[in-house]
Design a protein around this ligand. Structure first.
Ligand code: ADE
Length: 224
C-alpha cells in the first residue's frame, strides 16, 4: 500500500513513521509512506502556504494552489483510491474505516493547519474527511499518524503473528480480555488461575466472558 501524507510540518511525522511496525512495514516493502512538505510547492514572492481569510476572520488559511499542484502531481504518477483530509469536523474515525482503508492500493492524507484549508480544496480535491475525535489538535499531523498507524498494522505481514491484529479490541466490536505475563505472582497479585491451567477451551471461554463483561461495563455503546 502507498500512503502520501501532505503537511506543512513534516518533522512531526518523523518519529511516528520511523519506528516499530510502521518502519518495519516500510523496510519489508509492505507499505510505502511518503511525507511531502507543502512548502516545496508554494509559489509567489514569499513562497507562503497560507494567507489571511477573505471576510476578515482571525487566523491563517492554507492556500489552494500548493495543495492543488502537489495533488495533481501525485495523481499524474498513480491512481488514488481516496484523498483524505484530516479535520475535526470530519467523519469520526474508527476500526471499521481502518479495515476498509487497509484494503486500498494508494491514498493521500492531507493534514490541515492554521485555521483550516481553503474550502475549494475540500470541494474539488478531497474525497473523504476524517476526524480522530471531538477535540481540536494544532494540526492534522497527529491525526494522520493515527490513521497511518492503525491502517499499516493491518496490512498482511506487517505484524509477525497476523492473528494478533485480528484479535485487537474493536475488531469484533468487543474490547479484548486482559493479558498477563510472567511472573504468575508478583507482590501478592496473582494471574487468574485459568490462564495457567493449560486448558485451551477453558481459556478461550474465559477470554470471551471477560471481553463481554469489559465491553458491557466500559463501552456499552459497542454492544448496540
Ligand atoms: N485536526 C485538528 N484536530 C483534528 C481532529 N480532531 N481530527 C482530525 N484532524 C484534526
Amino acid at each position: 500500500m502507498r500512503i502520501d501524507v501532505i503537511t506543512v510540518v513534516p518533522e512531526l511525522l518523523d518519529s511516528p513513521f520511523g519506528h516499530s511496525i510502521i518502519k518495519r512495514a516500510q523496510v519489508k516493502g509492505i507499505a510505502e509512506v511518503c511525507v511531502h512538505n507543502l512548502r516545496d510547492y508554494a509559489t509567489g514572492k514569499h513562497r507562503s502556504v497560507d494567507d489571511y481569510p477573505f471576510g476578515g476572520d482571525a487566523g491563517m488559511v492554507v492556500k489552494v494552489e500548493p495543495v492543488f499542484t502537489l495533488i495533481e502531481k501525485l495523481k499524474a504518477e498513480r491512481t488514488y483510491d481516496e484523498i483524505i483530509f484530516m479535520t475535526p469536523d470530519g467523519e469520526k474515525y474508527n476500526q471499521l474505516i481502518a479495515n476498509r482503508l487497509s484494503t486500498l492500493q494508494s491514498i493521500i492524507i492531507l493534514c490541515g493547519h492554521y485555521k483550516g484549508v481553503d474550502h475549494r480544496v475540500r470541494e474539488h480535491l478531497i474525497t473523504r474527511e476524517l476526524s480522530v475525535g471531538d477535540y481540536v489538535l494544532t494540526g492534522g499531523e497527529l491525526a494522520a499518524a493515527i490513521v497511518v498507524d492503525s491502517v499499516v498494522r493491518l496490512l498482511p505481514g506487517a505484524i509477525s503473528n497476523e492473528t494478533s491484529a485480528l484479535s485487537d479490541s474493536f475488531q469484533d466490536n468487543l474490547l479484548s480480555a486482559p493479558v498477563y505475563t510472567r511472573p504468575a505472582e508478583f507482590n501478592g497479585w496473582k494471574v487468574p488461575n485459568v490462564l495457567l491451567s493449560g486448558n485451551f477451551r477453558e481459556i478461550a471461554k474465559w477470554q470471551e466472558e471477560q471481553a463481554l463483561e469489559r465491553t458491557a461495563r466500559l463501552r456499552p455503546d459497542l454492544l448496540g
